[in-house]
Structures are given as C-alpha cells and as structure tokens.
Design a protein around this ligand. Structure first.
Ligand SMILES: *Cc1c(COP(=O)(O)O)cnc(C)c1O
Length: 216
C-alpha cells in the first residue's frame, strides 16, 4: 500500500471534526513529501532537532506539531515555527514556551498532556496538577501561549475496554476543563492502534504514524 492509499483510507474513516496529524518521526523527507503531495499539511514529530531539520527543507505551509516529551532547553529551537505543542506537562515548561514565544512575537498553541495510562513510564499531569496550573496567577499572566486542549496516551495493551475507559476518562477531564478555560477545541487522543476507539470516545485529533508511513 502506498502512503497516498493509506492516508485516503484513514481519512475516509475520520468524521469531519477530527483532524489528522501524520506522525513522521524517523521517516525521511521523501516520504513526508509523498504525504504532502496528497494534501496532508499537519505533521507530527517527537524530536525537536529532527523537526527543525525537516521544517527547513519542506514547504512552508506545513503545520508542525511537537508530539513528544519536550526538554525545556530545546524550546528555543522550535519557537519560531512550531504550530502546536502536544506534550506540555509542567509549569516550568509553560513558562519557557511563553518566554520563547515572546521573543518571536508569537502566541504558541499548546495542549496539556494528561496521564491516563496505567503505566507509570508515560508523561503527563494528573487532574490536581492540571488544576494547580490553570488556577495559578502566573499562568493567567502568560500572554504568549494559549492552551487549546488536552492530549493523552492510553496504555499499550490489546485490552480494548481498558483503552476505552482511559480515553473516556480524558474526555471527562476535558469537558470539565472547558467550563473553566475558554477556547478549548482540541482533544488529541488516538494513534494507529487505537484511534477508532479514541474517536468514539470524543477525540478531535488523531496522531497516526505507522498506519501511514509503515512501521518504524
Ligand atoms: C509515535 C507516536 C504516535 C504515532 O504512533 P503510531 O503507532 O505509529 O501511529 C502518536 N503519538 C505519539 C505521542 C507518538 O510518540
């Protein structure tokens, strides 16, 4: 199957309100270009250096999403161009993003990453930490970033009921947060193996890599 066929098959299954992030980490430019040529404009990367190298050579109408864990000292390399940062999970990181965005006279869109999986190796906030951040005076003073939603990853398991429960839990947190923060439109959940479950639980943005570009 070609990248073009993969994308078109996936798109056929996506409701209109769900956007597709093509996760291109580790893949060469030529494959990204193939996806671009089918009309795909949102690409997800998990390493800042790799994303920056690709941004430099690829067409400028691409929206680059940082989907991986972000080290604070590297925010400066993507602040000029990144379109959405999915994995924000600390106050210190928000502060750094705000500072670097200000330098470029930008407002950077971010998602707060929630910990919903059973595994404790995965990054993310719990609800209490989330509330502490959004209620803080310092957060409310950050004018160069905008929280537009939440992101989460379910446990890596073939127990679909567990995956569904975890996505449902994230959706509930998202709905509660919408009552406290204005402008939330993105619930980023679902990857190649579980995006259909994620969509049925309320996802508005799926991050799909291997089902488009092949395994890594
Ligand atoms: C790699 C990655 C994906 C895509 O995973 P696939 O299983 O290849 O679809 C999605 N989200 C995050 C955060 C990732 O790191």
């Amino acid at each position: 199957m070609s990248i073009e066929q993969n994308i078109s098959e996936i798109k056929e299954t996506l409701p209109e309100h769900v956007s597709l992030v093509a996760v291109s980490k580790t893949k060469p430019i030529a494959l990204l270009q193939e996806a671009y040529d089918t009309g795909q404009r949102i690409f997800g990367e998990n390493k800042i250096q790799e994303m920056t190298q690709k941004w430099e050579v690829m067409p400028k109408d691409i929206q680059w999403h940082m989907i991986g864990h972000v080290q604070r000292n590297k925010v400066k390399y993507m602040a000029e161009f990144v379109s959405l940062i999915h994995g924000v999970d600390s106050f210190k990181l928000l502060k750094e993003i705000n500072k670097q965005a200000l330098k470029h006279d930008r407002v950077i869109d971010c998602l707060l990453q929630m910990h919903i999986a059973e595994e404790d190796t995965k990054f993310g906030l719990n609800e209490e930490e989330l509330n502490t951040i959004i209620n803080s005076e310092a957060f409310q003073q950050m004018k160069n970033l905008r929280i537009i939603g939440l992101m989460g990853m379910a446990t890596f398991t073939d127990n679909n009921e567990q995956v569904r429960r975890e996505f449902n839990q994230l959706k509930i947190i998202y709905t509660k947060l919408q009552k406290k923060l204005e402008g939330l439109t993105v619930l980023s959940m679902g990857m190649s193996s579980d995006y259909k479950i994620a969509i049925s639980e309320g996802s508005t943005m799926v991050r799909i890599g291997s089902s488009i570009f092949g395994s890594r």
